[in-house]
Write a protein of this length. Structure first.
Length: 502
């Protein structure tokens, strides 16, 4: 009953004309940019984050959430129609989605992607609402030691689940932590690592770092691409699924939803891990695995459901504990901080309309995606025919204007350009920038909780193992390091990511 009361408050907030408008704008802009090959949810939110600064906090977060799952959905459209994933988690959709399109079943593939995403999003949102209250009550018992240990576990989890070399992922996390301490020390008021540059006294901007590493860098790398986009020449039709397609797809949607809902909560998890895991499960459970890669509808239904479920449940650690578990959630933390909202369990008690309004908007946003996107397929196809050389300069200009408007200073634009070039270098060296952004956002929070815990314990470092919850989290982090260090596990991890790349 209490949950229903909370949800009624949430829908009261989300169904206001202003918030409905921003939810619609969010899913439309997210899909619009997410459809473009190579630009996924991280880059999309990085580009559009400045547009939310003038809004009320609840409207800003509703719009950002809409951008997130709009971009997530847009990636599947690109994967099915031109065999180029809009972002990493849609890569597996290419395998069977594009083959379905080549067989004249593009409409069915797009329909099951939309239906699976909508169903998974609704179920995952119910899970977010149900889990949030008990988790927030547990989190209120956390002290500085527990928060520090939880963030440590989160960073290690993100490192383990990052693509490529573990050593490179660890190096990126450490670099992110170092970048996070640039600026004025909160306790002493002394400027640190600002190199005498006044603009760095407040630290590096999360918008500049995120937009540079994910927005500018992605655009530059996409301009290097020589791949030709082969658009379907035939008109897309057949959006209604046959009974056989429904029978084949329904179990995959249910399994994908369940798998994505669980994996989305894990540190470093979310949509990407969920979609790859779902495809592997569907292939193993299929009566005829040889059909996968040739247009099996289960290969679209499962991953797309898991993808969206993982995207929704990744909000759970953010909303209940204030801990971002992936790069997108790290930017949501930055957005909340800019609007003077401290992420964590206190949001539910101090600002219930924002908390439950955001959760209610997830249902509305998912419904908008289904209603909006299938009729607009023709527009997305036209957008994909625009040459890169015309499209990306306009996006770069839009990004530069957005960064400039944050503080009305050209230094932020130069800072973004620097991180854009740095992002290109990282990607050339096969260093995934997501762990860096997580380290950058979590670094100041970890430092604050570390110092506070040591202050309360009068400098006793054993406080982190003397408190049961903190000790348990640190033991889990240590076990994760040990397990991933085992030769067999490490080999399987490398094989999994290699399969994901190919």
């Amino acid at each position: 009953m209490e949950l229903l009361n909370h949800l009624s408050v949430g829908f009261g907030v989300a169904l206001t004309a202003v918030n409905l408008m921003y939810a619609f704008i969010g899913v439309l802009l997210g899909t619009l940019i997410g459809v473009l090959p190579g630009i996924g949810p991280v880059a999309t939110i990085a580009m559009l984050l400045p547009t939310t600064y003038a809004l009320q906090p609840v409207s800003a977060l509703i719009m950002l959430a809409g951008i997130y799952y709009g971009a997530q959905y847009g990636g599947s459209t690109t994967s099915i129609l031109i065999n180029m994933p809009g972002e990493t988690s849609s890569a597996v959709t290419c395998l069977d989605g594009y083959q379905m399109a080549r067989k004249g079943e593009a409409g069915a593939a797009l329909s099951i992607a939309a239906i699976g995403s909508f169903f998974a999003g609704c179920v995952a949102t119910v899970l977010v609402a149900a889990v949030s209250v008990p988790l927030s009550e547990l989190a209120l018992k956390f002290g500085p030691a527990e928060y520090f240990s939880l963030m440590t576990l989160g960073l290690i989890g993100a490192t383990v689940l990052a693509h490529g070399s573990l050593i490179k992922a660890i190096a990126m996390v450490i670099l992110g932590l170092l970048l996070g301490i640039v600026g004025t020390d909160v306790n002493s008021g002394v400027a640190r690592f600002d190199f005498g540059i006044p603009e760095l006294s407040d630290g590096l901007g999360v918008v500049s770092v995120a937009m540079g590493l994910f927005g500018f860098a992605e655009i530059i790398l996409n301009l290097e691409s020589t791949e030709k986009r082969e658009l379907l020449s035939s008109k897309i039709k057949g959006f209604w699924l046959t009974r056989k397609q429904i029978r084949d797809a329904a179990p995959a949607v249910l399994r994908g939803t369940a798998l994505g809902s669980v994996l989305g909560i894990l540190p470093g998890g979310g949509a990407m891990l969920s979609s790859f895991a779902s495809y592997a499960v569907e292939k193993k459970m299929a009566k005829d695995p040889s059909q996968f890669g040739r247009g099996a509808i289960q290969g679209v239904a499962g991953p797309e459901s898991a993808n969206n479920a993982g995207a929704q449940t990744s909000f759970i650690p953010l909303l209940t504990l204030g801990i971002p578990e992936n790069a997108v959630m790290a930017m949501m933390v930055g957005a909340m901080t800019i609007h003077n909202i401290q992420p964590g369990p206190q949001v539910m008690t101090s600002n219930p309309s924002l908390f439950w309004g955001l959760i209610a908007s997830m249902w509305i946003g998912n419904l908008m995606l289904v209603v909006l996107n299938l009729p607009l397929i023709g527009i997305w196809i036209k957008l994909l025919t625009v040459p890169y050389r015309l499209l990306y300069p306009a996006i770069l200009l839009f990004c530069a204007i957005g960064v400039y408007t944050v503080n009305n200073t050209s230094f932020d634009v130069m800072q973004t350009a620097f991180f854009g070039l740095l992002g290109v270098v990282f990607m050339k060296l096969e260093c995934e920038p997501a762990p860096l952004l997580l380290g950058f956002v979590l670094g100041p929070m970890m430092e604050e909780n570390l110092r506070r815990a040591l202050l309360l314990s009068r400098g006793d470092p054993f406080v982190f193992v003397q408190r049961p919850i903190s000790a348990g989290l640190l033991i889990a982090a240590a076990l994760l390091i040990v397990v991933i260090g085992l030769p067999n596990i490490r080999k399987k991890r490398e094989e999994a990511f290699q399969e994901a790349v190919t």
